[in-house]
Design a protein around this ligand. Structure first.
Ligand code: ATP
Ligand code: MG
Ligand code: MG
Length: 377
């Protein structure tokens, strides 16, 4: 069987690695050059896009920012999963907010800014602390502006002056004082069966995911039920097929959805070493209409992103339960270079292993991991 994936980053690489044991071949599409690439070596394959589209049993995407003409081409084949509607919803925050509201799913209060004149009204409505998000093309916190004090509005006005807000509106969101961020990741099959992994707890710095721990600790049954209800409601409303991620803020016993990712997700990488079936294999299974794998957690797992650096010792894999997943990309500031999964049988054991891991990592990881280590103890 053959799967063609829009996007040529680390997610398609990990899909390829997870699909191979099932006898499923995965190829990547560079959506800019339209070249067909090997997902690991990134070498160009001698094949046209048209041929690759017709040759594939299933077409899917590793990210939501797929050019609309490619989405249309894939849609015409009838082989595209999850589906164009889900990708467009994940790619456009205006659609995403509408989708959440229609499904009655709680989310951060917001205003849509399509003209600079609407800025003051948004500030009036949302209060003193606001996060402004470009409705399209943002990821890892790019395309966002934060208003932390009222005076920041002047900088924001200047930043917005050069934007085409008609074409790409801004979603202004009330800054939520959440207790923590969590995500629920799961799969939905073509016959509507839904199967979720355990909930992950996520730590972000400057809008970018740095650490996930799964299963999230101290999560009440009522919160779990709410997260599952939200997942199922959204997956059903999108008629979703494949793996879907939903990012949420926990505020007391309430959950507000931050955003959805219509794809495998960074906060699901822990499943590679901590769950019976990893999210990449699960996505392949769901898309090809194979039976789903068990999402059961085998080990408590922490996932640590290696961001913008290569200066660490590979010997960290000497720590029992420590697994390196390296993407082979050129180093760039803020770029996700790889991740480390650390598995353990208890939160305490995990904290001990993370303390050991710190000795192999650059100093800048200390503040990121120290808090987690204390919390898990
Ligand atoms: P991703 O790489 O996850 O797609 P993104 O660029 O799409 O990221 P968001 O997930 O919308 O951005 O925001 C990034 C982070 O910024 C969130 O994980 C959270 O830490 C913070 N954030 C976003 N919206 C809010 C909000 N309304 N209130 C408080 N913090 C927020
Ligand atoms: Mg996003
Ligand atoms: Mg996000």
């Amino acid at each position: 069987m053959k799967v063609l994936v829009f996007g040529a980053g680390q997610l398609v690489q990990m899909m390829y690695l997870a699909a191979a044991p099932l006898g499923v071949d995965v190829k990547a599409v560079d959506v800019n050059s339209r070249d067909i690439l090997h997902p690991v070596s990134k070498q160009k394959l001698e094949m046209t896009l048209d041929y690759a589209l017709s040759d594939a049993d299933v077409i899917t995407a590793e990210f939501e920012h797929v050019p609309e003409d490619l989405l249309a081409l894939a849609g015409e084949t009838g082989k595209f999963h999850p589906n164009a509607k889900s990708i467009l919803t994940g790619a456009d925050r205006v659609r995403e907010k509408a989708c959440l509201d229609i499904a009655n799913i709680p989310n951060a209060p917001y205003k849509i800014i399509k003209h600079i004149d609407a800025l003051d009204d948004a500030v009036q409505a949302l209060g003193q602390r606001i996060i402004f998000k470009a409705s399209r093309d943002g990821y890892d916190g790019y395309g966002q502006w934060r208003m932390m004090i009222p005076e920041d509005v002047d900088d924001i006005r200047i930043a917005f002056a050069s934007l085409d807000l008609q074409t790409v509106p801004i979603v202004a969101e009330k800054m939520i004082d959440f207790e923590r961020e969590i995500s629920i990741i799961g799969a939905r099959t073509s016959d509507g069966k839904v199967s979720c992994f355990d909930i992950a707890e996520n730590l972000h710095y400057q809008g970018q995911l740095h650490v996930s721990v799964a299963p999230a600790s101290n999560i009440s049954d009522s919160l779990k039920q709410k997260a599952h209800y939200i997942f199922e409601t959204l997956a059903n409303s999108l008629e979703y097929i494949g793996v879907l991620a939903v990012e949420m803020f926990q505020v007391g016993d309430e959950l507000l959805v931050n955003e959805i990712a219509p794809r495998v997700h960074n906060s699901g990488h822990w499943t590679q070493n901590g769950a019976e079936t990893c999210q990449f294999e699960q996505h392949i299974r769901a898309c090809l209409n194979f039976p789903l794998g068990s999402p059961q957690t085998n080990k408590i797992t922490a996932m640590i992103n290696i961001i913008g650096c290569t200066s660490f010792s590979r010997d960290l894999i000497s720590i029992p339960g420590c697994h390196l997943h390296w993407y082979g990309k050129e180093v760039r500031e803020k770029r996700k270079m790889g991740h480390i999964n650390v598995t353990a049988n208890s939160y305490f054991e995990l904290s001990e292993k993370l303390s050991k891991l710190l000795t192999f990592l650059p100093e800048e990881y200390f503040p990121k991991l120290a808090g987690e280590i204390r919390r898990l103890k």
